[in-house]
Design a protein around this ligand. Structure first.
Ligand SMILES: C[S@@+](CC[C@H](N)C(=O)[O-])C[C@H]1O[C@@H](n2cnc3c(N)ncnc32)[C@H](O)[C@@H]1O
Length: 450
């Protein structure tokens, strides 16, 4: 098992990357891409099945891009996630490493997400079996994109990612749209009405539903909203967006709150986080709590520290650690996330946080450090690309005592660790699984000044 959840095979000294198989399978392959040093292939016939295999539990497995590791047991998934972190840190990082802590698995391996986004389409994806059956199928779909196909949507019957009433709401919206002749969107022709459905569940029991449509039809929208409000009285935030753009993103559009409040809350240790229709919040909330708890433990805060939380998003880590720190500075690119971060401090009476919006390499400046002081601890949680080299250099210059580096991409984390090794030792490595049934892995590294 190697990067991106693919398996590696060898044939005549050629390396072949294969998706949709398990380590130990014996398969016939069809090569789909040929390069000088490697090939990519797909399985066409299985001669022997690996002992690591388990029966996938979802009827959409193999077609849907969502949970590609259902065919191997959760223990095996954790084993390969731990290995992925180890391989990256050893091969790319080339730094002295301590013994790794065992990966922290997710208690929930199904129904662990708090947000799903479904797309409507009038050209549903048909499986090979459906095509071969010669039957006619309903081409309207409400579900997920087929990997690599912007125009094809898999109609989802049941999804194991989000708890109830997520499936019930999706099926009801689908049924209502069909019964009331509300056309499913045609992405190629850019016509139709029903575009997208977002469901957000929260650990407080609050529930947000956002329906996105292509054009303004006030009467039809009001009828749909009323139907949802009466069928699912547990919805606490019912909203819609009219989006006539070429794509589904709505960060620049008005979201109309039809009923309830325009936000929901997640909660951790009594701290409430307000989540609006455009806010980011970690999608596996239970495991996010574990991730933040471990991060705070590794930061070893005593109440006297000045902490910088880099790439703070909606200030979740910053607010979570604020009680155990003297002062926390949070920095993030997206201005609306910084607005959320400030609100999250306010609603929790947290007064020792300051947030800045802007590009990290510009905001983390000498002037900022002069204004707030040299941090004792830096927590950094960059996007998949890792930290910009200027940011790494600034950290080397500022030289906090401890850096807690949270990463969703061990390859870029390893690259950054090598740069930081000039002045830092890696003291702890703690992988965490946020996304069961996928190859994704999160990793926390504690760096201590030499
Ligand atoms: C992995 S998320 C961290 C989220 C946050 N720590 C949390 O747990 O909710 C990375 C964040 O970095 C932000 N980001 C990406 N590039 C950035 C940049 N150049 N400068 C500042 N922030 C950036 C993204 O907007 C995103 O919110």
């Amino acid at each position: 098992m190697v990067a991106e959840g693919k398996c590696l095979a060898r044939h005549d000294n050629m390396v072949i990357f294969v998706g949709g198989v398990a380590p130990g399978d014996v398969v016939d392959l069809r090569v789909t891409r040929k390069k000088k040093s490697f090939m990519e292939a797909v399985p066409v016939a299985f001669r022997e099945y690996s002992e690591l295999r388990v029966e996938p539990f979802c009827e959409h497995f193999g077609v849907c891009g969502g949970c590609k590791w259902q065919h191997i047991s959760y223990d095996t998934q954790l084993h390969y996630k731990q290995k992925q972190v180890k391989d990256n840190l050893e091969r790319i990082g080339k730094v002295a490493l301590p013994e790794f802590d065992p990966i922290l698995g997710s208690e929930k391996t199904r129904y662990y997400r708090n947000k799903l986004e479904y797309t409507f389409s009038n050209t549903s994806w048909l499986t090979n079996e459906q095509i071969q059956s010669g039957q006619e199928f309903d081409r309207d779909a409400l579900g997920f994109h087929i990997p690599g196909r912007f125009d094809k949507i898999l109609d989802i019957k049941h999804c194991y990612l989000q708890p109830d009433p997520s499936n019930a709401i999706r099926l009801e919206v689908r049924k209502y749209a069909k019964e009331h002749d509300l056309p499913f969107f045609d992405i190629v022709k850019q016509e139709g009405y029903m575009r997208n459905l977002i469901i957000r569940t929260a650990n407080t029991g609050e529930l947000m539903v956002i329906v996105q449509v292509y054009e303004d039809r006030p009467e039809e929208m009001a009828a749909l909203m009323e139907h949802l409000a009466t069928t699912f009285p547990e919805i606490t935030s019912l909203q819609y967006v009219v989006n006539s753009k070429g794509n589904e993103t709505y960060h620049d559009l008005e979201v109309v709150c039809y009923k309830g409040l325009p936000y929901i809350h997640e909660e951790m240790e009594g701290i409430k986080f307000r989540v609006g229709p455009k806010s980011f919040y970690q999608t596996n909330a239970d495991q996010a709590y574990e991730l933040y708890r471990l991060t705070r433990d590794l930061a070893a805060l005593t109440g006297n520290e000045l902490v910088y939380d880099l790439y703070t998003g909606a200030g979740t880590i910053a607010n979570f650690v604020a009680k155990q720190a003297r002062e926390v500075i949070g920095i993030e690119y997206v201005p609306s996330a910084i607005e959320d971060a400030k609100i999250n401090s306010q609603i929790n009476n947290i007064t020792n946080t300051t947030f800045y919006a802007g590009d990290m390499k510009d905001i983390l400046s000498d002037e900022l450090i002069e204004r707030h002081g040299r941090p004792d601890v830096v927590i950094t949680d960059p996007p998949r690309a890792g930290m910009h080299q200027d940011v790494v250099e600034k950290l080397l210059q500022v030289h906090p005592n401890r850096i807690v580096y949270v990463s969703c991409n061990p390859a870029t984390q390893a690259r950054d660790l090598e740069l930081l090794s000039e002045k830092y030792d890696v003291s702890r490595v703690q992988p965490v699984d946020m996304f069961p049934q996928t190859h994704h892995v999160e990793n926390i590294v504690l760096l201590t000044a030499k």
